[in-house]
Design a protein around this ligand. Structure first.
Ligand SMILES: NC(=O)c1ccc[n+]([C@@H]2O[C@H](COP(=O)([O-])OP(=O)(O)OC[C@H]3O[C@@H](n4cnc5c(N)ncnc54)[C@H](OP(=O)(O)O)[C@@H]3O)[C@@H](O)[C@H]2O)c1
Length: 352
């Protein structure tokens, strides 16, 4: 099968190439998915750039891509939940990374049926950003009705989902973006928009119950300047906390270095009786099922910035890596043209 592979660390254009590789082997609690669409996330270009080198040696070539929507081609011998022909979506497990390919294997527990009202491209826009934000706002921050949340970068893949989820949970949403995206994020439901190119979000003072830190760097510590006492900061980009360091299986020495690097954040949180958590998202089919219901009810809508063909996947990743996507960047058409596939596509679009 054809698959986009990372051949080395470096710039996107010279480190990725389409290769013929074997179809992935199927285990008893897994399904083989015929890929229809996928989407890129910043982790994909960060891996190509070598940003995660320290986490372990990689033997190239390796696949790329974590989000998939497609059709079940084959099920493992213990699988009862899905059958051949089901339309599914998944943020696949790290050990099966490589959704920019004709086929991908996903654990049953990481997979759910696609939202019934969405196309393959729309469904592929959801898993990684949807799960990350669900885990950040629902599981960790326990954001509730009437609370005030600050969501940084409301116009990105994460932000566009986060604004809609926070509104669905009944929160008052403030978000940051640049001038060109102000009306875009307002249309998604943001109650207040701060233009980061001309305003300073710190001017609002300590008014937020929750800050969703999607930017890291100085933004992580500064979150506490706008947080009420005993508020919650959930970061997906900033200082790694002890819980995540242990989840990652980092050794005691690395844990000590992280604790030292994050000391100001942890100290400030403790002084304010606030919660600080770093989230490393995890695949979760049950949560994807709950998220699918939010799309089916119309509470959340898919936001796609650009869609590329498989042959243009490298351009898609280059576009995302500029850091100014407005929603998600999709890659489609992993399958060679077949009449059967064309009919399935047409049926999906006609049923919307
Ligand atoms: N820990 C985890 O498990 C996890 C999971 C998912 C994502 N992440 C991380 O979360 C971050 C966001 O992911 P994403 O998918 O949303 O990325 P993305 O789609 O590439 O984000 C692009 C958006 O960021 C906005 N932006 C850039 N700089 C900004 C600033 N200073 N203030 C406000 N907005 C700004 C841009 O808006 P303008 O064009 O208006 O500038 C653009 O719309 C990434 O760093 C990613 O690695 C972590």
């Amino acid at each position: 099968m054809k698959s986009l592979m990372i051949t080395k660390y470096g710039d996107i254009n010279s480190s990725l190439e389409e290769q013929e590789i074997a179809k992935p082997a199927l285990e008893e609690n897994q399904i083989l998915i015929k890929t229809y669409s996928s989407s890129f996330n910043p982790i994909d270009h960060m891996i190509v750039a070598g940003d995660y080198k320290a986490l372990g040696k990689v033997s190239f070539p390796v696949g790329i891509g974590r989000d998939v929507s497609g059709i079940v081609e084959k099920v493992g011998k213990n699988v009862k939940k899905f059958k051949k022909g089901d339309k599914v979506y998944s943020r696949i497990n790290e050990s099966h990374v490589g959704t920019m390919a004709e086929y991908v294997v996903s654990n049953v527990k990481d997979t759910a049926l696609m939202p019934s009202n969405l196309s393959f491209d729309e469904s592929a826009s959801i898993p990684l950003v949807g799960l990350t934000t669900y885990q950040a706002l629902v599981d960790i921050a326990k954001l509730s009705k009437g609370e005030k949340i600050l969501i940084h970068a409301g116009s990105g893949g994460i932000g566009t989902f986060a604004i809609q989820l926070a509104k669905h949970l009944g929160a008052h949403v403030t978000t940051t973006t640049s001038t060109k995206n102000i009306s875009f994020v307002k249309d998604l439901g943001a109650d207040k928009v701060i233009d980061y190119t001309s305003e300073n979000y710190l001017d609002d003072g300590a008014v937020f119950d929750v800050v969703y830190d999607t930017l890291g760097g100085n933004y992580t510590l500064d979150s506490f300047k706008v947080l009420k006492d005993a508020g919650r900061v959930v970061s997906i980009k900033g200082t790694v906390d002890n819980i995540t360091a242990q989840q990652l299986g980092l050794n005691k020495f690395v844990q000590m270095i992280l604790a030292f690097q994050g000391r100001k954040v942890f100290k400030t949180a403790s002084k304010m009786n606030a919660m600080y958590r770093f989230l490393l998202m995890s695949p979760n089919g049950d949560q994807l099922k709950k998220i699918a219901k939010m799309y089916e009810s119309g509470a959340i809508k898919p936001i796609i910035d650009k869609t590329y063909n498989f042959a243009e996947a490298i351009q898609a990743l280059e576009y995302l890596s500029k850091g100014h996507a407005r929603g998600k960047v999709i890659v489609k058409d992993m399958q060679p043209f077949q009449l059967e596939i064309f009919i399935i596509y047409m049926k999906t679009y006609i049923s919307i």
